[in-house]
Design a protein around this ligand. Sequence first.
Ligand SMILES: Cc1ncc(COP(=O)(O)O)c(C=O)c1O
Length: 387
Amino acid sequence: MKLSSESATIRLADKAKALKQRGVDLIDLTAGQPHFDTPSKVKESAKKALDSGFTSYTQSSGIPELITALRNKLKNESGIDVQESQILVTVGAKEAVFDSVFCTVNPMDEVLIPDPYWNTYGECVKLAGGVPISVPISYDEENGFRLDIEKMRESVSKRTKMIMLNSPHNPTGMVLQRGELESIAEICKENDLLIVSDEIYEKIVFDDSRHYSIGSFDGMSERTVTINGFSKAYAMTGWRLGYAAGPKEVIDKMKVLHQHTVTHPASFAQKAAVVALNESEGEIEQMRQEYQNLRDFFFMMLQKRADLFSSTKPEGTFYAFPKIKIDGMSSQQMADVLLDKAHILCVPGASFGNYGEPFLRFVFANNMATLEKVDRRIEKLALSVVQ
Ligand SMILES: Cc1ncc(COP(=O)(O)O)c(C=O)c1O
């Protein structure tokens, strides 16, 4: 199985490493993770679990108290009513994405993916022998990034098996509106399609944007695998904890794959996840507010550089995805300019599917002092690029 090469991003990262070795004060805005530490009570519960000897194998699907906590969360927050047997605790949301695709997509099946997208989606489809089909996400300054429902409808073929959704969305920061999700649900029901709905950024939404779970919509529970995890909302990227909930026949297959590949996530991490779910609401809201402040600052900074970038306010996540305004300049070239002249590392839009040009992805999950430094450096860069 052939995976597409990562050479463009690796080339940039290598260049950044060389600059760092020369003592350059590089600002890396590429890592898609919170800059916060895991809430202390979550860490305490993992320590307690370790000290009490909770160090053996657990149930492969997840420890019972975590499954119960997830069932309650899905029912009360997401509006998704599943049996405990329909939930699988995974090694990060990434395992849930892979398992759900691998267990449902057959060779030559087509999977529609709004593009730009987190490139793991396309690679998982290819690993299953399927064909990722890009459905372009539209962009303009007035409406920001929006799903193109008509294009989605037109892209359905006899071979289409699934639509992969991600909202709030990496890399664009788009949050799908209820109406958009309802239209997608109709397309799925009309054409008997499955949905994989990756909701990992659900807690990071701003202003009036609201997160909706498509699996809670009428007639969608039997065709939706809802994926979520602890990495982003709870600042737990290194803990490797995610989960999937969906139709029993799909989850049962995923359980078998999971048993034969990873067995289960670390025992003590699962204990801590129960505390994260049940006792961290205050910390999560604090982090969300801080992301919103950082988003406001970053957006204002981009707006000041209207000679270089066109941008709209991210509705959720911690990503900004401005469009490069300089005629003929690709995302690779602009990322090089930013690295060489401003010592800022970002991800070229070309790394996110077929429609990531000409955009750049910046992570604004960082401390304000660093973002202020970014602002000053980009200000200088604007002068040197324009002159
Ligand atoms: C859209 C999306 N889904 C899933 C993940 C991975 O989450 P996890 O750390 O739970 O595997 C990421 C990480 O960047 C992501 O951006």
